[in-house]
Design a protein around this ligand. Structure first.
Ligand SMILES: [Zn+2]
Length: 208
């Protein structure tokens, strides 16, 4: 007599693909969708390469301002503007997944506390390495410094060239987009704004 089906064959565990695997498959799908052969020699490892690059270019999503600034804030009586200028950065525009890159200038007016200077470029990276809008990037950097240091003022200016403009559509090769975030005394004092824009070598935008 056959035993009833008390002994069941174990249901095979459903394998959930990792994020990296999903990314690799998706890139393969994109290659096929644009009419390419993902198996031809030059493209064979492209999905893996793109997946790696995307993970790297969006690695800021797994970081916070605290990861960068914690332990690097010091008590110091210095009440003049601190400015780190011409910080090169690369980011990805969230509308087209194309790069935009340029320079950022970050300034603050200390209120008894300063941050290690190398932390400002690192802070910029946290927000640049994710899908972004230049406007939001500018505000997030300013907001993070405001929150971490409670300074008397923060000024952030970002000048960038966007590949989505340069390579397609309007094809404005040499245009630059400038965004500014001013907080505290930089917002209130025209003199301070002038000092900041003068120091970064920018002609003051007419609306400021
Ligand atoms: Zn774009």
């Amino acid at each position: 007599m056959q035993t009833s089906s008390a002994i069941e064959t174990p249901t095979p565990e459903i394998e959930i693909p990792t994020q990296a695997e999903v990314l690799v498959d998706s890139v393969r799908t994109i290659l096929q969708a644009i009419g390419e052969d993902p198996d031809r020699e030059g493209l064979r490892r492209t999905p893996e390469r793109v997946a790696k690059a995307m993970a790297d270019l969006t690695s800021g999503m797994n970081q916070t301002m605290a990861d960068v600034l914690n332990g690097a804030i010091f008590t110091q009586e210095y009440d003049q503007m601190v400015l780190v200028k011409d910080i090169e950065f690369y980011s990805l525009c969230e509308h087209h997944l194309l790069p935009f890159h340029g320079k950022a200038h970050i300034a603050y007016l200390p209120n008894g506390r300063v941050v290690g200077l190398s932390k400002l470029p690192r802070l910029l990276e946290v927000y640049a390495r994710r899908l972004q809008l230049q406007e939001r990037l500018t505000q997030q950097v300013a907001g993070a410094i405001q929150e971490a240091l409670r300074p008397r003022g923060v000024a952030v200016m970002v000048e960038a060239a966007h590949f989505c403009m340069m390579m397609r559509g309007v094809e404005k090769q040499n245009s630059k987009t400038v965004t500014v975030a001013l907080l505290g005394e930089f917002r209130d004092s025209q003199l301070l704004r002038s000092e900041f824009f003068g120091a970064v070598g920018a002609s003051r935008p007419v609306y400021l």
